[in-house]
Write a protein that binds this ligand. Structure first.
Ligand SMILES: C[S@@+](CC[C@H](N)C(=O)[O-])C[C@H]1O[C@@H](n2cnc3c(N)ncnc32)[C@H](O)[C@@H]1O
Ligand SMILES: [Zn+2]
Length: 332
């Protein structure tokens, strides 16, 4: 993480000030450090350039940790499956297996080949309408960020689809965040490989309990981060606390009467932000003024399952065919 962030950060548990002991710098990037809260004495390390601001109290379902370790263990136990996954011509694999091949290629540092596999997987996993509506939202966010020069903080960045688009387009500082340190380490290697890491800082924290001081985030973005956060509860109030400018949230909503998907959404405790009306009500209740921009509707289907790895899949939603309403929520 870059050292300008020191002025923006505080203790995510008690909002106390932090004292910093920086052990290693690389130009203006902090590589190794320890921050300690002057109030509650909690400590937060920076390791290999990644700030770790996770708190022990929030349960964390780190799917990246689970998926990557399960895939690697499975392939270690099934070398014949590994051979098929890695050696068959790419276009003969099922889309989700192309995606799994990309994960393995990334582990091996073969990022060019991983990018090709990932691109092909996307076109087989999602309907053309899904991809077109999604692309339109990414473009909308990029177009609406041109005015200012301050840092862009991206929430629940995952594998960094939006972060990469922003880093390719802007010279502005970008902060990629996620509660999975594993996915951030993967993002660092990926961005380094493509020469995009220079202006990107990486910080691990739970979006429901961020380490930012009040009003220090001028621009907040997220690409489908909100629908992935379980039990969002006070999430939007926490984001209201830290954002002084604009929050652009790429979102998609399920139809109100889509019972098949609603059941899965409720079971996963994701319901408040996956339906338009309750999402807008939640924003308003948390003190935001929110507008729905760039609406685009398209058919979405459950993503097809693996043919090599015992029916493994990647997205739990949609669980049944549906019509998603895509948009950017523009909140101030
Ligand atoms: C699938 S990604 C969304 C796409 C991603 N923003 C992109 O542009 O590529 C969703 C991410 O949300 C993260 N996540 C889920 N719950 C979270 C939370 N409470 N706080 C922070 N990140 C969270 C997951 O680890 C996952 O990486
Ligand atoms: Zn504290």
């Amino acid at each position: 993480m870059h050292d300008y962030l020191i002025d923006m950060l505080e203790c995510p548990i008690c909002h106390g000030a932090l004292t910093w002991r920086v052990v290693e710098y690389n130009a203006d990037r902090i590589q190794e450090a320890e921050a300690q809260c002057v109030e509650c004495a909690a400590t937060y390390p920076v390791r290999e350039g990644i700030g770790l601001f996770l708190t022990p109290d929030l349960p964390r379902d780190d799917l990246w940790e689970q998926a990557a370790s399960q895939l690697i263990l499975y392939l270690r136990d099934h070398p014949e499956v590994e051979r098929q996954l890695m050696d068959a011509p790419l276009d003969t694999l099922a889309p989700v297996d192309q995606f799994f091949r990309a994960l393995v290629l990334e582990e091996r540092g073969e990022y060019d080949r991983a990018k090709v596999a990932k691109g092909l997987a996307r076109s087989g996993l999602y309907t053309p309408e899904y991809l077109a509506c999604h692309e339109s939202q990414i473009n909308y966010v990029v177009e609406h960020l041109t005015a200012s020069n301050g840092p862009i903080v991206d929430l629940a960045s995952g594998r960094g689809y939006l972060v990469e688009a922003l880093a390719r387009r802007f010279r502005r500082p970008i902060v990629a965040t996620d509660f999975s340190p594993r996915v951030l380490r993967r993002d660092r290697r990926w961005l380094e490989f493509f020469g995009l890491y220079d202006r990107v800082s990486l910080i691990a924290f739970d979006a429901r309990r961020t380490p930012f001081k009040d009003g220090t985030v001028e621009t907040l973005t997220t690409n489908l981060g909100l629908p992935n956060i379980e039990e969002p509860g006070r999430l939007l109030a926490e984001l209201r606390r830290i954002v002084s400018g604009i929050f652009l949230a790429i979102s998609h909503f399920f139809p109100e009467d889509d019972e098949a998907n609603a059941k899965v959404i409720r079971e996963a405790r994701l319901d408040p932000l996956l339906f338009r009306r309750s999402a807008l009500d939640s924003f308003t209740a948390a003190g935001w003024q929110v507008q729905v921009a760039n609406v685009c509707k398209g058919k979405a289907l459950p993503t097809p399952r693996s043919e090599l790895l015992e029916g493994a899949g990647i997205d739990a939603l949609p669980a049944a065919q549906t019509m998603l309403e895509w948009c950017v929520l523009v909140a101030r």
